[in-house]
Design a protein around this ligand. Sequence first.
Ligand SMILES: NC(=O)c1ccc[n+]([C@@H]2O[C@H](COP(=O)([O-])OP(=O)(O)OC[C@H]3O[C@@H](n4cnc5c(N)ncnc54)[C@H](OP(=O)(O)O)[C@@H]3O)[C@@H](O)[C@H]2O)c1
Length: 414
Amino acid sequence: MAAGSPAGGEIRPYHIIVFGASGFTGRFVVEEVARACPAGPGGTLRWAIAGRSRDRLEKVLLQAAQALSKPELRSVEVIVADVAQPESLAIMCKQGVVVLNCVGPYRFYGEPVVKACIENGAHYIDICGEPQFLEGMQLKYHSKAQEKRVYVIGSCGFDSIPADMGILYTRDQFKGTLTAVESFLTVSTGPEGGCGHEATWQSAIFGFADSASLRSLRKKFGHKPLPVVGAPIKKRGALFYSKEIQQYSIPFMGSDPSVVRRTQRCMHQEHQQAPVQYAAYVGIGGVFSVAKTFFAGLMFWLMTKFSIGRSLLIQFPEVFSFGLFSKAGPSKKQACVFFFIMSTFLMVLSSTIRAADSYRRLMLARGFCFMSVYNTLSHFRWKEPLFAFLSLEKAIQMAGIPHRASLMLPSPHR
Ligand SMILES: NC(=O)c1ccc[n+]([C@@H]2O[C@H](COP(=O)([O-])OP(=O)(O)OC[C@H]3O[C@@H](n4cnc5c(N)ncnc54)[C@H](OP(=O)(O)O)[C@@H]3O)[C@@H](O)[C@H]2O)c1
């Protein structure tokens, strides 16, 4: 049975190809795709997994088949493709309507996949949290993606679905105009602790080391500042005590602000909507945690400046991240009890007080997202696109709503 027609209109064997399926995250994605396709690989949603090692990919299918008690998963197709071999990527991309790219760090491995998807008419989705890659791809490939009518959708993970979609969701709940959102992230682990996987740690190391390039990249867009609607968002320091979450907080260093800003710019420029200002913070706890964070942050910052420092950070993630990251990543048990809370505090210009040109600070939406980071990958991230891709028309309709920052909008579908 053939999958729906991709950007070019021809019929392809698979709706979805999970690329990097043998990785830490890829394995979770495989299980989630399998869960969402109750009819199995022969069902209405046709999918395949891809990566550079057939052996490792077959093991992933075996593990998923055992974990989900679905022996039919062993017959899911395997495509061998290596980022270092463009022809193998082209062959992979020609077979799929959508490629879910789980191969990272994206700054090293992402571009050939984006390029191959565009050239071969496959829509592209990733879970990247690296602003430099996301913005760099937009700068370089936006027009090509438009020409080919291909969607390139980045950061569909913890970075930055809760922030980006959360703001849009929140905005839609109000009658007045949402003008500003502050989010405060806090995380909690179970008694067994928890940590992130080393690939995410590496993405952070290289992102810090190369932050100057991000500034010069942004200049190339030549964007004018977005207009400020309502009162300017409160400026907070590099460290402050947050009364909202009752702990010390620092600015959140992930990709959320970048992703949200790009979405808001797109909504403003393409759809004349009032941009929402956004600031992201992370709660770090009490005085002892402040001291620990200061020491760890300083050491991290210094070490990322030198290649020897970077290789030490990469070799010993547990030591230098104080256990926040490890080579093995969290166990399934740890991942299941890990959750994060993203509390959002809003400023709304309501229709009733707009005339008086005054603003009211509302603490209406304290949005709780109880989910494990890796459950996030499945429940929060993939479900929407996955179900949408059951019908390509719906996918295009969905992708045509410019609510994702990294969405490159092909004009024919607008
Ligand atoms: N935004 C979020 O919420 C979120 C969450 C988790 C992860 N991430 C990001 O997702 C990315 C992957 O993370 P991870 O922890 O899953 O990493 P990982 O376990 O190291 O997996 C990397 C995957 O890439 C594959 N790969 C490496 N080089 C390749 C090449 N040349 N050609 C083809 N495949 C290649 C690996 O294949 P082999 O198995 O053959 O080595 C593996 O399947 C990272 O960038 C991470 O930051 C984002």
